[in-house]
Structures are given as C-alpha cells and as structure tokens.
Design a protein. Structure first.
Length: 245
C-alpha cells in the first residue's frame, strides 16, 4: 500500500539563516511544518521516514544551501549486535531502574536537564530554556510519545535519584529518540550510549524494526557517539540505505 503525507493539511515554512551548531563556520536553515492534531501520529510517522524530526508540534529538517552534512540515521534492530564496549556499558548500568512514564514534565527532570545543558552544551540554543519551555517540549504533542526515566537504586525506600531521561515517540515501525539528557557528573557510565542501547532492547521486545536517532554529522564531535552503532541506515535521495563505512 502506498503511503503518503496529506500535504493539503500541511504548510511548510523556512527558518532564517543561523550559525550551525555542529560545524564551525557554517550556517543552517530548516524547513518545518506544524503537525495536525487530527492525524498527528500518522503524519509524524511519514515525515520521520522522509528525514524530518519532531519538536513539540513541529516537524523539521535541514535545508541548508550548499551543505547536506546532516544525515537522518536509524538502527535496524533485528541485525544489531553490541560491541564489547557496549556490552560493558550495559553491565555498568545494570543497577539502574527504567520507568516508562506519561509525557508529563516534572521539576526533577527540568533540574537535571538544566545541569546537563550547562555542562554539555554551554551557550547552546537550549541553555536559556525556562520551565514553561520544558513543559511545552514534553507535553505539547499530537503524537504517541512518552518519557523513559532512569534512576539509581533507592537508599531510603523512595525513588532513586534520576540520572537520565529520554523523550521518545512511538512510530509504526520503531522508536524515535526525540531528546535525551543525563547527569553530566556520571560520565563513566556513558548514559547517552546506554539510553540508545536500552531503546534497542525495548524495540526488540515489542518487535519494532528500527530505532531512529535523528541526524548524524560526520566529523562533528557532538555526533561521534552515533557512529559507534552498527549496522546503521542513512537516508539518501533514493531512500534508506546501509552505511558502508
């Protein structure tokens, strides 16, 4: 059956030119559209397959003049085999609990996010995010989305300390990791990589074939961790294809 995006419901716009957050000296521009509330989940599915990413009720993708460095990537779950290093990361975090919760913002999450941004992305576009901004990021959605919370073991009978969070969309063919953040003081745990490995496990458990990781920029230090996952598929003009290198 042919799939399509109901373009009559969508109006596409272009952002202004801005400094590129990934490649020094370069600029970026995005094309975006508002997701319809009436059929947001289906439209989000189709646009994700076409290389778009979701932010609240907006789907966007790079539209930079003279540059196509941002490449949409996804992991084929049935073929994934963790490396020795990745197995060690899973073992290192075996003590963490994982809870799937509704897409509802909490102050505990927000405090962790602000600490993450101040340490890992100082001066970035999200550094000045307010509580209201975070609530909108999590709760303003017309798609199937949820949060995964990772916590340390409890020491007093209550919930353990929150150390990582992932905002994740459920697609028809996989999980799309919209945004993840973690305690920057726990660098040895490699929590960002662990969250991806855990999503691969989650997808396999419910027979979803893909985990979508968003954009990968070869040569960007911020994106290096994504290149450690193999096999990986990239979106080319003729469709999704296996990355050879």
């Amino acid at each position: 059956m042919t799939q399509f995006v109901p373009t009559r419901q969508l109006r596409f716009f272009m952002t202004a030119v801005a400094p590129c957050p990934y490649l020094p000296g370069m600029t970026e521009r995005k094309v975006f559209a508002n997701l319809p509330f009436s059929d947001g989940a289906h439209v989000n599915d189709e646009l994700t397959h076409a290389g778009f990413r979701r932010s609240q009720n907006i789907a966007y993708r790079p539209a930079c003049e003279g540059c196509d460095a941002c490449i949409s990537v996804r992991l084929p779950v049935p073929e994934f085999a963790p490396t020795r290093t990745q197995r060690r990361i899973v073992a290192r975090n075996a003590d963490l609990s994982r809870d799937l919760v509704e897409a509802e913002a909490t102050m505990e999450q927000f405090v962790l996010l602000k600490r993450y941004l101040a340490t890992r992305h100082p001066g970035g576009g999200m550094t000045d995010m307010t509580w209201a901004d975070y609530v909108a990021m999590v709760e303003d959605t017309a798609v199937r989305t949820h949060l995964i919370e990772y916590r340390l073991p409890s020491t007093d009978g209550g919930p353990g300390d929150l150390v990582a969070v992932s905002l994740t969309d459920l697609l028809s063919d996989g999980l799309s990791m919209v945004y993840s953040f973690f305690d920057p003081a726990m660098e040895k745990r490699s929590l960002g990589v662990f969250a991806i490995l855990d999503h691969i496990r989650q997808a396999a458990a419910v027979n979803l074939p893909f985990v979508y990781l968003g954009y990968w920029v070869e040569g960007s230090t911020k994106m290096e961790y994504k290149a450690g996952f193999r096999p990986m598929e990239v979106l080319k003009p003729l469709g999704w294809t296996r990355l050879d290198v």
